[in-house]
Design a protein around this ligand. Structure first.
Ligand SMILES: Cc1cc2nc3c(=O)[nH]c(=O)nc-3n(C[C@H](O)[C@H](O)[C@H](O)COP(=O)(O)OP(=O)(O)OC[C@H]3O[C@@H](n4cnc5c(N)ncnc54)[C@H](O)[C@@H]3O)c2cc1C
Length: 697
């Protein structure tokens, strides 16, 4: 197994490198001229290494894949460069810079190397100044400093927001001087594609001439790799897409160890990709954090108005701003280390119960908060960078056109492990300060509680409406009852009164035989009144009684109903034709028997002479069955159908007795059982009527 030897010098941290440098073997100037060094990369690291090595007297071959060293990605650095010069007299020291850097690197950096960086930092500034880097200066001419994230002292040397560019111009001019001197041979547009090793030592490279495509070999006594970081390993990066670590990779393949990937950087002040012409994040100088205060609106309404441009940031009062860095880190405030800022911001967004998803102009998901991942049951990290259309169906049925600049609000239902949840989906376009569309944002707000309360309110409203309708019907019914029952009871009661007078007379005249006949008539009138009272009681029972539908045997029910009407059927010489089989349905046996008794007695009473009645059923193939009964009477005109079940109308006013409650009871019962009642008739003598009702099977 190979063991990594990072060759850190011995001794205490503060002395490791100075001891090492003091004891290192030096090469004589005469020998330096005989040695060749290849430097891969001409960014800040490579250009200064190549220039310095050449100045020392070595022969240098420098390589970069861009068309000029000036195009190295170091040009993007903005904020500044730290040095423990203590110009501000704020107690800065080499140790403090060392400590802050170790801490800022999450305690992962090699301590000895970081200490050396802190030790040489003042010299680097001097060297840069000597190279002509135009660092910012105070009015009196002294170099100026700004504060920077993770640091409580002011030690950052800067050149506006272009420190990297200015430093690179300095390094580049030093390099150019050496190129002109002949110490450095510059190979631009050359990409290192392999490393040549001899006895385990790097002795040369293979490079591709990116203009001609020619593969060339270059030998040297040593190879310095200064090819920059693997920026594009991240979906979101401020590094150029060319920062692909290809040179490091070929060294790794030749046995170099992979260690300390310290090129991982967090830039909390990035502007997201906002167009198809932009492939990466753009950095706003982090120096913005120095004197400014980072905040987000506390109220969603304010954020909304800001986004729409209705108000500006200055319209939001201090008390309505969440200075989340100051709130969370009182001692560092806005100057917390850069990796802490996005974490704090992310936590602020993640603590939102609303789901947030941001997509760019090429329909890519650029940000998602935890709540959103939870809502659609997807891993937030897997969503980022994916095409939005792969996931939009999970929460949207209709999605806006990519070009749509208008907002919309819709509601959606999402099935989760905990059941169904209801969300309000709000879409807003995201625009830049020129009002150009740069992306879209969706906000998912859980409205389950509101929706359920509304549904419950709708439901109870519907119940209330039904109850009112029922009550209105009841009032109409009662009115009709009063009329009908009064009318129907009036006849037998008048009959009873008349009969009692006659009976009294017959008794006085001692005509016993006559009196007994009249008493029979009196008895008949009594039965009539009893029947009316029974039916009234039945009607009120159906309205009030609750029931559980059970399987009922229609065969038994129909037989029982026929039995009850045997006398009437015999009297009228009626024929009843029954089907061979009845289906099984759900209902209430006693009530359904009452329905058949009513329909059958009507069929016998209003059927032909003699009545011929046919009964049957039909499977409606949707879980329901229709039952019907047809007579051979005169039939009914269609305009009377409506009134039959409601108005307590007599079926035949003159020729047949009846008080009209039967069909009303029938309708009540069938509706209570969840079914429907119908009547049809051709209104043609002999063809009669067909009364039918539907029940669930
Ligand atoms: C947006 C941004 C802002 C930053 N701000 C700051 C800041 O304020 N302060 C700070 O200290 N740091 C900052 N940094 C970090 C700093 O800029 C970098 O760490 C530093 O510039 C890296 O320099 P480099 O020379 O190692 O790499 P680079 O500048 O990336 O140079 C790499 C070189 O290697 C060459 N190369 C790569 N592969 C090959 C190959 N296969 N063959 C041939 N040549 C190859 C390239 O052509 C290039 O010349 C920032 C970085 C970014 C991206």
């Amino acid at each position: 197994m190979s063991i990594l030897n990072s060759k850190i010098p011995e001794g205490s941290i503060s002395e490791k490198w100075s001891n090492h440098k003091a004891n290192i073997k030096v090469v004589s100037p005469a020998n330096k001229r005989k040695l060749e060094v290849i430097v891969i990369g001409t960014g800040l690291a490579g250009a200064s290494a190549a220039a310095s090595l050449s100045e020392l007297g070595y022969n240098v071959k420098a390589f970069c894949y861009q068309d000029s060293p000036r195009r190295a990605h170091s040009i993007a650095a903005q904020g500044g460069i730290n040095a423990a010069k203590n110009y501000q007299n704020d107690n800065d020291s080499v140790y403090r810079l060392f400590y802050d850097t170790i801490k800022g690197g999450d305690y992962r950096s090699r301590e000895a190397n970081v200490h050396r960086l802190a030790e040489v930092s003042p010299n680097i500034i001097d060297q840069c100044v000597a190279q002509g880097v135009p660092f910012a200066r105070e009015y009196g001419g002294l170099l100026s400093n700004r504060s920077f994230g993770g640091v409580l002292v002011s030690r950052t040397f800067y050149a506006r927001g272009q420190t990297g560019q200015q430093l690179l111009l300095g390094a580049y001019s030093a390099l150019n001087r050496q190129i002109a001197e002949g110490g450095v041979k510059m190979y631009t547009r050359h990409e290192m594609i392999d490393l040549v090793t001899i006895d385990g030592k790097a002795r040369g490279i293979i490079a591709r001439d990116m203009v001609t495509g020619e593969i060339k070999r270059f030998g040297a006594h040593a190879v310095v790799i200064a090819s920059g970081g693997y920026g594009n390993v991240f979906f979101l990066s401020t590094n150029a897409m060319g920062c692909n670590a290809s040179a490091s990779w070929v060294c790794y393949k030749k046995g170099a160890f992979f260690a300390n990937p310290c090129y991982v950087q967090i830039h909390p002040t990035c502007i997201p990709v906002h167009g198809s012409q932009q492939s990466k994040l753009t950095l706003m100088s982090e120096s913005l954090r120095n004197d400014g205060r980072v905040w987000a609106p506390k109220k969603a309404e304010d954020a909304e108005k800001l986004r729409k441009g209705i108000i500006g940031p200055n319209d939001i009062a201090d008390e309505d701003r969440d200075f989340y860095l100051e709130r969370r880190y009182p001692s560092y405030g806005n100057l917390v280390p850069r990796d802490v800022v996005p974490v704090a911001r992310r936590q602020t967004i993640n603590n939102l119960s609303d789901g947030v998803i941001v997509i760019d102009m090429v329909d890519r998901i650029v940000d998602v908060n935890l709540a959103f991942g939870r809502i659609i049951n997807a891993d937030r990290d897997l969503l980022i960078g994916n095409q939005f259309k792969r996931f939009s169906h999970l929460f949207l049925t209709d999605r806006p056109e990519l070009s749509s600049e208008s907002e919309f609000l819709t509601e959606t239902t999402i099935r989760t492990n905990g059941g169904v949840r209801y969300f309000e989906v709000k879409y807003s376009p995201v625009t830049n300060n020129k009002n150009q569309l740069i992306g879209r944002i969706f906000l998912l707000h859980d409205i389950s509680i509101r929706k359920k309360a509304l549904d419950a309110a709708f439901e109870s409203n519907a119940l209330l409406r039904n109850e009112i309708a029922e009550k209105e019907k009841l009032i109409t019914d009662l009115d009709a009852y009063a009329r009908t029952v009064a009318h129907d009871l009036k006849n037998p009661i008048s009959g009873v009164i008349g009969l009692t007078d006659f009976i009294k007379e017959d008794i006085q005249n001692q005509e016993e035989g006559k009196a007994i006949k009249l008493l029979d008539l009196l008895n008949e009138q009594g039965y009539k009144m009893l029947k009316i009272v029974d039916e009234l009681l039945m009607l009120s029972r159906i309205r009030k009684e609750d029931f559980n539908p059970v399987e009922v045997d229609m065969y038994l029910i129909v037989n029982e109903a026929i039995k009850r009407l045997n006398l009437l059927a015999e009297e009228r010489n009626a024929t009843i034709v029954l089907p061979e089989k009845w289906p099984v349905v759900f209902g209430h046996s006693q009530w359904i028997e009452e329905v058949w008794v009513n329909l059958l007695s009507n069929a016998i009473k209003y059927g032909g002479d003699p009545p011929k009645i046919v009964m049957g059923s039909e499977d409606l193939k949707d879980g329901r069955f229709r039952f019907w009964i047809q007579d051979n009477g005169k039939g009914l005109p269609s305009e009377s159908f409506e009134k039959l079940f409601t108005d307590f109308e007599r079926l035949g006013k003159n020729n047949v007795e009846g008080h009209g409650l039967g069909l009303s009871i029938t309708k009540r019962i069938i509706e209570k059982l969840g079914g429907q009642v119908f009547v049809s008739s051709e209104n043609s003598p002999g063809k009669g009527c067909i009364f039918s009702f539907i029940l669930k099977g």
